[in-house]
Design a protein around this ligand. Structure first.
Ligand SMILES: C[S@@+](CC[C@H](N)C(=O)[O-])C[C@H]1O[C@@H](n2cnc3c(N)ncnc32)[C@H](O)[C@@H]1O
Length: 254
């Protein structure tokens, strides 16, 4: 593939949105949670505003932080076309200080997987505590890890999306392979992009895997009390077969 930008598709907001255009089932859940717990709301690692923008459109006062300039500028450009106001802030979710506290802080779409080590988890959760009102809620959405999927042959490559290139270069096929390192609980993901018969290797990324009891313990030992743990966006209880770990927590009393 000749266009070198394709190597960075993951941080190109246009490609991110096309890759994830079918992911919308979490949005009604967050609107429902905002109805229960109120705003202002903060989204950690908001990316292109996939969640942030529809929540703002439903009347929620929401701020988004993300570490990536390019994802935020795409989010900003999308916001300009809508009748909403959203504060977009470039910040690292492991180390941020904003001039506001929130009634709801959300960490959607498995993005807690960026917290690869204990120090990152502790510093992120401390920032969340510092920015949460006393009666506020923190919501984490992470999948329920399945060992057979994690330990799949790393030489096997699965197609995860097909979409039209926003620069008009044809259909893009995105495929992934995973290598799971059980000691660090990190799944190393390799991306491949194909247009026509040309294949390009994308930027690799890591996903830290959080098992159910471990995630609950991390939340508890970092000053939060788990109020609800759902297995999916329909708020059914978390069980072994659940696709998701959807955890609603509040600050523990000190
Ligand atoms: C999978 S996307 C999720 C975007 C959005 N929350 C959603 O649900 O579509 C992950 C996002 O995390 C951001 N990110 C990665 N490391 C980060 C960090 N340390 N602090 C803040 N954002 C980070 C990336 O720039 C990217 O936009």
């Amino acid at each position: 593939m000749k266009n070198p930008n394709h190597k960075n598709l993951l941080s190109d907001g246009r490609h991110y949105d096309l890759l994830n255009k079918r992911v919308i089932d979490d949005i009604p859940f967050y609107i429902q949670q905002a109805t229960k717990h109120g705003d202002p709301m903060l989204e950690l690692a908001c990316g292109t505003g996939r969640v942030t923008i529809p929540l703002a459109e439903s009347g929620i006062n929401i701020t988004g932080i993300d570490i990536s300039e390019s994802m935020l500028s795409h989010a900003q450009a999308k916001t300009k076309k809508k009748k909403v106001t959203i504060e977009w802030i470039k910040a690292d979710c492991r180390d941020f200080k904003l001039n506001e506290k929130f009634n709801l802080i959300i960490f959607p779409f498995n993005t807690i997987a960026i917290l690869e080590d204990l120090k990152s988890v502790e510093s992120c959760f401390l920032c969340v505590r510092n920015h949460l009102n006393d009666n506020g809620r923190f919501i984490i959405d992470f999948f329920n890890p399945q060992l057979d999927i994690l330990t799949k042959d790393p030489n096997e490559c699965d197609v995860i999306a097909k979409y039209s290139d926003p620069d008009g270069k044809g259909i893009i096929i995105v495929a992934e392979s995973h290598f799971y390192d059980a000691a660090s609980q990190i799944s190393r993901v390799k991306n491949y992009y194909m247009i026509g018969n040309q294949k390009e290797v994308g930027v690799d990324f890591n996903m830290r895997i959080f098992y159910p009891q471990e995630l609950d313990a991390l939340i508890r030992y970092n000053g939060f009390t788990i109020e609800d743990k759902y297995g999916n966006y329909d708020e059914t209880p978390f069980i072994s077969e659940s696709p998701k770990q959807l955890i609603v927590c509040c600050k523990s009393e000190t």
